[in-house]
Design a protein around this ligand. Structure first.
Ligand SMILES: NC(=O)c1ccc[n+]([C@@H]2O[C@H](COP(=O)([O-])OP(=O)(O)OC[C@H]3O[C@@H](n4cnc5c(N)ncnc54)[C@H](OP(=O)(O)O)[C@@H]3O)[C@@H](O)[C@H]2O)c1
Length: 372
């Protein structure tokens, strides 16, 4: 291979659900359409609980690709010597066992959010990945969007001052009254509820705006307060709110919420600084635009506003795939943009909110005991 050819990452796909479909469609988007020329992607295998489903998935979403292997078990994907990296798109509470098996088989891993059932499971996975010198990343795709990179640049170049308050919500009406009880949003065995499914996104904006802010000096949240409303249908959380304080180096607070019973409110995410605001347009997992408002003086009037919009070919999942490919090409074990410690803090926050809200997963679901 000559140096001007892209590094091609060979993927194995675990599961054939909705998000696996979105990810696969994006892997097949020509990287040049987003200005990427140094890495590219090849789907080598798809694993499902049935070979028919794997084959149907390939036919439906990769009809023009030749040679993708359809497997009726996930283990066959992990064992396939052609597969370099595994994408895990199963329900949350299966991520641990799927990622564990992939790492044990020597594969790099990109794992959907919420990364695991609890922080202890994630800790065990991260330890194994490091021991085996394999790359591991949570599929927090929003972190890699051009919008996020530009927003972070503006947020941290100094004019806005330190962040003080973040408000963020992600909700959607899943019409849970009509869902089967074993649907992943309702079934406690699958980690059902709003928090683990929708909560990663409001929390992501707090992590970006507060945790990642240079003035915070990488200090984790100093306190976490959570409140959960459970659905009587299965007892999983229907609506959850949680507040994080970052007070070691900032005097900042994030006010976050998610619900699976109503659509998102219009505000998306708002980050309030001493000298202005950043308003992130919904949906906050794939925002199309943000507006920066500048005050004339701290606490003063808005005297200047600038809106930046972003578009690209595809759904936006390919940016995280490019990051994985670059990291693996360069021999990195974690991403510098969305590294292990951020995923771990997120899982610790979810553990704490569930503890305060008395949302316990059924016996045996958490494969590693909670971090004490
Ligand atoms: N990044 C994002 O934008 C995004 C968006 C939505 C969801 N997610 C995350 O992706 C994960 C999956 O969400 P999804 O919406 O794709 O779910 P989904 O449509 O229900 O797909 C999950 C897939 O997992 C496999 N699976 C294995 N055991 C299962 C079980 N006991 N019950 C149900 N499915 C089982 C199935 O594939 P096979 O039958 O082929 O084995 C199923 O199709 C969740 O962790 C979620 O948080 C991420």
């Amino acid at each position: 291979m000559t140096s001007n050819q892209p590094f091609v990452l060979k993927w194995g796909i675990i599961s054939t659900g909705r998000i696996a479909m979105e990810f696969v469609k994006d892997l097949l988007v020509d990287p040049k359409t987003r200005g990427t020329t140094d890495v590219a992607h090849k789907i080598v295998a798809v694993g499902s609980r049935s070979v028919e489903s794997a084959q149907k998935f390939i036919t439906a979403y990769a009809p023009n690709e030749s040679g993708i292997k359809a497997y009726g078990t996930y283990n066959e994907v992990y064992a396939d010597p052609d597969v370099s990296a595994v994408y895990i798109g199963t329900p949350h509470t299966l991520h641990y066992e799927n990622a564990l098996a992939a790492l044990e088989a020597g594969k790099h891993v990109l794992c959907e959010k919420a990364t695991t059932s609890n922080a202890a499971e994630l800790k065990a996975l991260l330890k194994l990945a490091k021991e085996k010198k394999l790359f591991f990343m949570e599929a927090l795709w929003t972190r890699f969007h051009p919008l996020t990179l530009e927003l972070k640049r503006i947020a941290e170049e100094g004019t806005l001052g330190d962040p003080v308050v973040v408000h963020a919500d992600l909700s959607a009406d899943f019409h849970i009254e009509s869902l089967p009880l074993n649907h992943r949003m309702l079934d406690p065995k699958l980690g059902g509820g709003a928090l683990l499914d929708l909560g990663p996104y409001p929390l992501f904006w707090a992590m970006l705006a507060l945790y990642e802010h240079p003035s915070n000096q990488n200090a984790p949240p100093s306190s976490i307060v959570g409140s959960i409303v459970k659905t009587p249908i299965t007892g999983v959380d229907a609506s959850t709110s949680f507040t994080l304080n970052f007070t070691e180096h900032l005097q900042a607070q994030a006010i976050l919420s998610c619900s699976m019973q109503v659509p998102s409110p219009n505000f998306g995410a708002t980050i309030r600084y001493k000298n202005g605001n950043i308003l992130v347009k919904p949906p906050i997992f794939r925002s199309p635009a943000f507006t920066v408002q500048y005050y004339d003086k701290p606490g003063g009037d808005v005297v200047r506003e600038e809106t930046k919009s972003f578009s690209y070919v595809g759904g936006g999942w390919h940016y995280e795939a490019d990051e994985v490919a670059r990291c693996i090409r360069d021999g990195k074990l974690e991403s510098s943009l969305w590294g292990h410690e951020k995923s771990f803090i997120m899982m610790e926050v979810f553990d704490e909110v569930r503890r305060q809200g008395k949302y316990y997963l059924p016996e045996g679901v958490e494969k590693v005991d909670r971090v004490q």
